[in-house]
Write a new protein. Sequence first.
Length: 423
Amino acid sequence: MTDAQETAPANAAQAPSEDSGPAPVPLLEPREGIPEVTADADGLAEVTAAFAAGRGPVAVDAERASGYRYGQRAYLIQLRREGAGSALVDPVGCPDLSGLGDALAGTEWVLHAATQDLPCLREIGMVPRRLFDTELAGRLAGFARVGLGPMVEKVLGFALEKGHSAVDWSTRPLPEPWLRYAALDVELLVDLRDALEEELDGQGKLDWARQEFAAIADAPPPPPRKDPWRRTSGMHKVRRRRQMAVVRELWTARDRIAQRRDVSPGKVLTDAAIIEAALKVPANAQALSALPGYGHRMGRKQLEQWQAAVDRAKALPDSALPQQGQQLNGPPPPRSWADKDPAAAARLTAARAAVTGRAEELNLPQENLLTPDTVRRLCWQPPAESTPGHVEEALRALGARQWQIEQTAPLLTEALSKAAPAE
């Protein structure tokens, strides 16, 4: 064990200043060494018992294989808790971690950027009831950089090695340097949590953070995205409905193949290639092969399957073509408000200025004080009366937390009143 590792907890609350102080200490090895990967039922039972008997919050992290595999499943779970040490669990060998999740049900989970990991954790049966999100805590505390590495360096004075964040975590066996990196990701997470809790308390924001964490833990899984093909990169170039149908057919065919092969869709066919085919609408496979993304390395069978998707789009009747714009679930884009509803545009200008000003005073990002979508919806369909009570009720109906309402409702009431048209 190195001196740096021995002093890590003691240094947890000693954040170096922005412009001075000692250089960060490289964190090179977990305190107890790299734990063996748990990949069978017996090992999982031992980990579950150890962590159930541990003390205090549990640090949790997940590694995915984004860009390599289909979907966002977890390929490694890292945990650390006082009294239990660290554990690395392989969800491929142990696909059901609900027993571990249940054993930690009454424990606060510490995650960094929790909303990124919660979906893949939920898939394997790990669902926290209480959590502390160190990234979100950093945002609320006013930190300029909220990645795990910068946060650990700024708050705790240690430098994490981040060279393996984008590797293919579905690789088996996982190389030792990757496992070291993974274990170090949770090594100081609880220490970071404790220091940030102290910082938030000192700023008078701890209750705000707790409300935010509770909202994340209580949120239901998001519904499936409607028309996900519309998010194809470069979609803004596609103007005609027939071309949009080509994008949809190619995207759907690609997704089906990627899912069957368990590879990232981009490795099957790039977004750029889909857009090229949509813009050109090739007449046959030979014409398709001349487009970027369908070159000589692509076999005839592959070309024919992509051309078949193009042909399906070409054969659709006009009534079956996708609509130009996705059906809106909310206000139109703000750029059109001045023409559609000048009064709403005036309300939005006033409300944005009020929220921005308050966020600057509180030293936190505007989107954390109140989401832009909430501000837009409030201004597009304001309450019948611009009174504090009605504005508070409207914000609550839009999902704002109590602390957000307290900080913004008076300002928004004034903004809506000033922007109201004269009688």
